[in-house]
Design a protein around this ligand. Structure first.
Ligand SMILES: NC(=O)c1ccc[n+]([C@@H]2O[C@H](COP(=O)([O-])OP(=O)(O)OC[C@H]3O[C@@H](n4cnc5c(N)ncnc54)[C@H](OP(=O)(O)O)[C@@H]3O)[C@@H](O)[C@H]2O)c1
Length: 166
């Protein structure tokens, strides 16, 4: 089964600021929606709160140790291990880890693929994508130019954990 991180990061690895995204790239949003639809998505409590609600047409799982946090439109588990166990029992081909930074950092040790959108600009932010090592092999690259709707150049990159890194 594929377990995939999906994220967008700037040249200086920023992924968010003040619990929100820092750029608006409709083409990347479309990519995210296409990839994750009809799948299980796993996120941290802050990312869920930043979205404001569960994303449609996906099984939304949120991890949180806050007892009072009870999302009505998503499943909640108090550990990432339990969330993964539940996700594996629903999903057959691919589970998506959709952030934020704390979840990416933990998932790097067990996920098999990463879909990373590199936004070719630097931004101020307070949340960063973790560093990752050479066990991650670049398998696909799709550069895009800025246009009137997408204000920055960006590149879709797909990584796979290499055999030696398993
Ligand atoms: N650019 C992108 O692709 C992208 C994607 C997603 C998010 N973001 C951005 O990232 C930022 C949010 O990221 P973040 O790192 O601050 O927060 P986060 O990872 O979304 O959520 C952190 C929270 O998740 C819960 N959590 C984490 N690990 C857990 C575990 N092992 N077991 C149980 N609960 C666990 C905790 O909730 P409790 O405190 O309730 O226990 C923790 O406070 C926002 O700015 C958002 O816009 C960007």
């Amino acid at each position: 089964m594929k377990i995939s991180i999906i994220a967008a990061l700037s040249e200086n690895r920023v992924i968010g600021k003040d619990n929100d995204l820092v750029w608006h790239l409709p083409e990347d949003f479309k990519f995210f929606k296409e990839k994750t639809k009809e799948h299980v998505i796993i996120m941290g409590r802050k990312t869920y709160e930043s979205l404001g609600k569960a994303l449609k047409n996906r099984t939304n799982i949120v991890v949180s140790r806050t007892e009072e946090f009870k999302p009505s439109d998503a499943k909640k588990y108090d550990s990432l291990e339990l969330a993964m166990e539940k996700a594996r029992s629903i999903e057959v081909d691919e589970i998506f880890i959709i952030g934020g930074a704390t979840i990416y950092k933990q998932a790097l040790s067990f996920c098999t693929h990463m879909y990373l959108t590199f936004v070719h600009a630097e931004f101020e932010g307070d949340t960063f994508f973790p560093e990752f090592g050479e066990e991650w092999e670049l398998v696909e690259e799709d550069p895009r130019k800025a246009d009137e709707k997408n204000l920055y150049d960006f590149t879709f990159k797909t990584f796979r954990r290499s055999a030696s890194g398993r």
